[in-house]
Design a protein around this ligand. Structure first.
Ligand code: ATP
Length: 295
């Protein structure tokens, strides 16, 4: 299975939210990372045929997805950012209802619902009404409904919003297992969500993919851009005016500062091993000199 995007563009009036994307996806996990407003949701909604592109196309094994209609939707599972749920339904009934919409026979629906409740850790809450779930639990019910029909293409818009650290780990394991022979695209602004499970990471900014690669390739592209140095506390504001600061830690001898810079920021600075978090800051962080640049 291959999804291919050619010159994919979406405009809202004069504003271009997604700009001429040329990408392809096969199997595995693709992590779409970007700040608020980067164009992630717009891009994903086009992939789910909920928005029509202004220009360009999306092909599934060579066929235009907008012409495949029901056939494409059978392949697809989608968790929207704000998914509509049925407040008076119990979690179990909600999932059974989704199963019926997706055409699963009742016995299969029952079995699949049970499996999914266990997979997302909602077994204990199966009888609880959707409106009584916490934000993270609703998200987990949303992930379960998206996986109901064993979709070949799974698109998850910010699946980890509201999940606690244990749930994030559970989610990562679930997706890793699920993606073995499928295609999963997930958007997030949390680097650690994709650092370990994504085969390919796409960094999106202002409607464009500004960098694409495996986590290793992306961190390797940060060589000689991440530095650490110990400075006196009073030297920190000057450093922050000149460079992006990714981390600071005060100790008795001063402040240990992690700096993102294309040049050695100080004579005594040492090159540090770059992380994906550093890359995120390099591409999306506030400019040096902006107060928000000091994390
Ligand atoms: N229907 C619309 N009409 C006009 N502008 C829109 C519309 N939908 C999205 N936009 C604009 O397109 C840009 C991209 O929005 P989008 O929701 O795709 O970003 P995002 O990366 O998903 O952001 P977030 O992480 O906040 O969800 C934003 O500037 C947004 O205001």
């Amino acid at each position: 299975m291959e999804l291919e995007m050619n010159n994919l563009t979406k405009k809202f009036g004069d504003f271009t939210a997604v700009k001429q994307l040329n990408l392809s996806m096969t199997r595995g996990v693709y992590g779409l990372l970007g700040k608020n407003g980067a164009g992630k949701t717009t891009f994903m909604r086009m992939l789910c045929t909920l928005l029509t592109p202004t220009e360009g196309n999306i092909l599934c094994d060579g066929r235009d997805i907008f012409k495949m209609e029901g056939e494409y939707r059978k392949l697809l599972g989608y968790l929207p950012q704000d998914f509509g749920f049925y407040p008076e339904f119990t979690v179990r009934d909600y999932l059974l209802y989704i199963a019926s919409i997706k055409g699963l026979p009742p016995a299969v629906a029952k079995k699949r619902t049970k499996e999914l409740l266990a997979a997302v850790g909602l077994e204990k809450y199966a009888g609880r009404k959707m409106k009584k779930l916490s934000g993270g639990m609703k998200r987990r019910a949303g992930i379960a409904q998206a996986m109901m029909n064993h979709p070949k293409i799974l698109i998850l818009d910010e699946p980890t919003a509201g999940l606690d650290p244990n749930e994030r780990i559970r989610f990562r394991n679930l997706i890793s297992e699920f993606s073995e022979d499928r295609l999963v695209l997930l958007s997030t602004h949390i680097v650690s969500d994709v650092e370990y499970i994504a085969n390919d990471i796409w960094l999106m900014n202002e409607g464009e993919i500004v960098r694409q690669g495996t986590p290793k390739q992306i961190t390797e592209s940060m060589k000689q851009k991440v530095w650490e140095c110990l400075v006196e506390k009073r030297a920190v504001p000057l450093l922050a005016r000149q460079y992006k600061i990714s981390n600071m830690k005060a100790d008795t001898q001063g402040v240990q500062v992690r700096v993102i810079a294309g040049e050695k920021p100080a004579e005594y600075a040492k090159e540090a091993v770059p992380s994906l978090e550093d890359a995120f800051l390099y591409y999306f962080g506030e400019e040096a000199g902006d107060n928000h640049g000091i994390l």
